[in-house]
Write a protein that binds this ligand. Structure first.
Ligand code: ADP
Ligand code: ZN
Ligand code: ZN
Length: 808
């Protein structure tokens, strides 16, 4: 019988039977006072004593113990992987997002700690010779496999860890294997290859094809075998033959390189202009003060927000505190990361999904042990284990990528605000086009508003022209480029200036628009664009379920040119090249940037003026700062307007303002052309004047009228199943149950099938509830989540999304 002095509260990870209540386990006496909250353990669970992962969330002393508790089987960490702040944050997050505590904890940990990894325990300098002799008889690090070590040894190691005498290293197997592929390069000179090609041409035509392809390759530059197979039109067997005959050489080829390991030239603080100085002073006062004060930095594009962030970070560092800076997507904002690194050098840690698990973990550890004091990263970096935080910055705070669209469905902004309160430090939300929610809170005084109304050095904002494509269509036909845009591009090519062209792919071909008058079919109940459903050949509103036939003539102008809308970047690139045969064009879209580091390469090429035109999807709208860009063209401003989403106008305004801001950032003035079928729409009109404040007022009125956020809260519940009837029935039951918890003030939209009703062989049904004050709603949703666990085993999945960003 094990002697027990303490009991551990353990959250167990059992996917089908989750609970937020921890289970009690006995802590073996040898481990007394060693186990701490935040450590991972293995415990026996259920009748079969199956071994499952768990996390310690509490430890209590006991004086008497009746012996019925199962003992903890093994400890996986010698020190907590989750500090006290993050433990509390996990509890809050679980409560806010209707997720389980264990899921939240896993979301916070680096990937490497989520997978089964090899652990090794290594002695540190502080260890005594006697301890070294006991625990490291070979003098070298030893594998740390708690299953195989006896309790006394683990207890001894736990003590050494607490005394700072040992450390645990984590290893992932086969990290290198993932990084290489087979490469192929010719071994013979081209004339020799030609000779052999002629010799084998009749007998072995495929070998001749391969030989022909090899002639065009540079001997010192191997290409991936997969590429050669495709380009030469031969099988890998033919390549093997080529290798046997000595025509080519196979080698191992590195596929990825980390884009952020290049050295960055250091920069020094710039002299601030008065608006910037005022902003930095206000943020500094808040860092100094003990009350949490939060800010909205509302600054037009090119107003120098980044310099405000950097100098504010410097203040936090001077006070021996740390700083956390969130950016929408690291891959899309390499310039921003470089600017932070250039200012703060080695103490910057960058967290992003492009790093390998090992690299991610290394950065995480540098943060955890205090080596890195400035953290830059995308959404999940908000969980970085920085301690004593002095400042949290969220750049482009309006970006929807800050909301996670899987469990836990958190918004990084809410997490940042929580951590600001915990650390008594300010949170700075920055944008040229703040989200309506944030701007409305600033209006209420919840955030202090700091305005940068002008571009740096009084550079003018670009002149924006709106091109009415309804009129243009009559002269240019189906071309994607209007006459004024073509002339403007030509002028830039003549002057050796650069052009950014954006093709908006959001909402691509999902809605029907009249090419003569720009009319978009809307729901009579919800005033939201109807979505085209090819399966049912109808137009549907997926807020309320309204359905009608696909129109053949425009209800507005009776034109027959009403059809769905959309074109691809590749097609546009071809047309653009035909229009401007000598122009050098770079294309940036999901296809051209699939490979790691491709984003940065394209941007670097463009920055070096190796191309005249950068053609891309909305991924080019963010953060680019190229002095030679004097023209921005938006080929289709309307697609996002047609999205069945109450934020469609807001997204359109934000995107147009952001992309316009890429023009004329240095000494040469900028010009923007926005091609649209809706030249009178307020989102387009106000993007032309780049008047965010007026857009805010106009859009708030629309939201008020439609009872949408920020006037109302919203929650979305979704049920999915392979059998459509099961999903629908579940959804109706959920709505019936929820209605009992709601007052007649709440607005229930649905149940209705989702816009894309069938994804990955599953049918989706949803309901959206808009509400102001519903005290019983949370408990009702909680019950639904609990009840959903049992049917989940039979393939029915229920999700609850507070403040959903994505209604598709
Ligand atoms: P934003 O993020 O608001 O769009 P940036 O921070 O990119 O603007 O600033 C635009 C440009 O102005 C950058 O090239 C930046 O280096 C420069 N800049 C910012 N602040 C100053 C300043 N106080 N003096 C001179 N140049 C500045
Ligand atoms: Zn509707
Ligand atoms: Zn029409």
């Amino acid at each position: 019988m094990t002697v027990v002095a303490q009991i551990g509260q353990i959250l167990v990870d059992v996917p089908t039977m989750q609970t937020n209540d921890p289970y009690s386990y006995a802590i073996p006496a040898e481990w007394e006072h060693q186990l701490q909250a935040g450590m991972r353990v293995i415990v026996p669970f259920g009748r079969g004593h199956r071994m499952v992962d768990g996390v310690v969330v509490g430890v209590t002393d006991v004086t008497s113990f009746d012996g019925t508790l199962k003992p903890i089987e093994a400890v996986l960490d010698l020190s907590p992987v989750l500090n006290a702040e993050l433990q509390q944050l996990a509890d809050w997050l679980a409560d806010e997002t209707f997720a389980f505590r264990i899921t939240c904890i896993q979301t916070m940990l680096p990937n490497l700690l989520k997978t089964k990894t090899e652990r090794e325990i290594a002695p540190l300098d502080a260890i005594t010779p006697a301890e070294r002799a006991t625990y490291f008889p070979d003098g070298t690090p030893r594998p740390f496999d708690p299953d195989k070590l006896d309790e006394a040894t683990v207890a001894g190691l736990l003590k050494l860890q607490r005394a700072g005498k040992v450390t645990v290293l984590y290893h992932v197997k086969n990290q290198a294997a993932a990084k290489t592929t087979t490469g192929v390069a010719p071994l013979l000179p081209p004339d020799k290859l030609v000779e052999i090609q002629h010799a084998v041409a009749k007998r072995a035509p495929k070998q001749a094809d391969l030989l022909a392809y090899l002639q065009g390759m540079t001997p010192s530059q191997p290409q991936p075998q997969a590429k050669v197979v495709k380009a030469a039109g031969v099988s890998s067997a033919v390549i093997n033959t080529g290798a046997e005959k000595g025509w080519l050489e196979k080698s191992s080829l590195e596929v990825y390189r980390d884009p952020f390991h290049q050295p960055v030239k250091p920069t020094h603080p710039l002299t601030l202009n008065p608006d910037q100085a005022k902003a930095v002073a206000a943020i500094t006062a808040a860092i100094d003060g003990d009350d949490t004060q939060n800010f909205l930095v509302e600054g037009v594009t090119g107003s120098g927000k980044t310099e405000v962030y950097l100098q504010s970070i410097a203040v936090a560092l001077q006070q021996k505190r740390t700083a956390l800076m969130l950016v929408p997507e690291i891959a899309l904002t390499p310039q921003m990361v470089n600017r932070v690194k250039a200012r703060f050098g080695e103490q910057v840690a960058v967290l992003h999904s492009g790093l390998s698990k090992g690299e991610q973990y290394d950065e995480w550890r540098r943060i955890d042990n205090g080596e890195a004091t400035v953290v830059v990263g995308a959404r999940s970096a908000v969980f970085a284990p920085v301690k004593n935080v002095g400042l949290i910055i969220m750049d482009e705070e309006h970006e929807s990528s800050y909301k996670q669209d899987e469990t836990p469905r958190y918004h990084a902004r809410d997490v940042a605000l929580w951590r600001g309160r915990y650390n008594h430090c300010p949170v700075v939300l920055g944008s040229a086009t703040p989200s309506l929610e944030t701007r409305a809170r600033a209006a209420k005084g919840i955030y202090t508003r700091l305005v940068l109304p002008k571009r740096v050095n009084d550079r003018p904002l670009p002149t924006v022209h709106i091109v009415d494509m309804r009129a243009e269509m009559k002269s240019i036909g189906d071309s994607d480029f209007s006459t004024p845009l073509v002339a403007a591009i030509q002028a830039r090519l003549d002057r050796k200036e650069q052009v950014v062209l954006m093709l908006n792919r959001r909402g691509y071909s999902s809605f029907v628009m009249c090419r003569d008058c720009g009319f978009v079919l809307k729901c009579p109940n919800c005033d939201i664009s109807l979505t085209l459903h090819m399966d049912s050949h109808s137009m549907k509103c997926h807020y309320c379920g309204h359905e009608e036939a696909i129109p053949k003539v425009c209800p507005n102008c009776h034109s027959r040119k009403i059809r769905y809308y959309g074109t691809g970047t590749q097609k546009v690139e071809t047309a653009l090249q035909a229009q401007f045969p000598t122009a050098r064009i770079l294309r940036m879209d999901v296809d051209s940037t699939r490979r790691k580091g491709a984003h940065e390469r394209i941007l670097k090429q463009f920055g070096n003026h190796e191309a005249d035109i950068l053609l891309g999807t909305q991924m080019i709208a963010k953060g680019l700062d190229f002095p030679n860009v004097t023209l921005v063209g938006v080929l289709n401003a309307d697609t996002a307007l047609g999205l069945p989403d109450f934020r469609a106008s807001e997204r359109t305004f934000q995107l147009l303002t952001q992309v316009s801001g890429r023009a004329g950032r240095a000494t040469k003035p900028g010009e923007v052309f926005i091609q649209t079928f809706n030249p009178d729409h307020y989102a387009i009109q106000l993007a032309q004047s780049q008047d965010y404040e007026r857009f805010f007022v106009t859009e708030m009125a629309m939201r008020h009228q439609g009872s949408y956020p920020p006037y109302y809260f919203a929650v979305q519940v979704t049920a999915s199943h392979e059998d459509e009837a099961v999903a629908a029935k579940a959804m109706y039951q959920i709505v019936a149950a929820l209605k009992g918890d709601l007052s007649d003030q709440a607005i229930v939209l649905g149940p209705t099938p989702k816009a894309i009703a069938r994804v990955k062989r599953k049918y989706y049904y949803q309901v959206v509830i808009k509400y102001k004050n519903e005290p019983d709603l949370k408990a009702g949703l909680e019950q639904i989540r609990q009840a959903a666990q049992i049917p989940a085993r039979h393939g029915l999945a229920v999700t609850i999304d507070p403040e959903p960003m994505n209604f598709m």
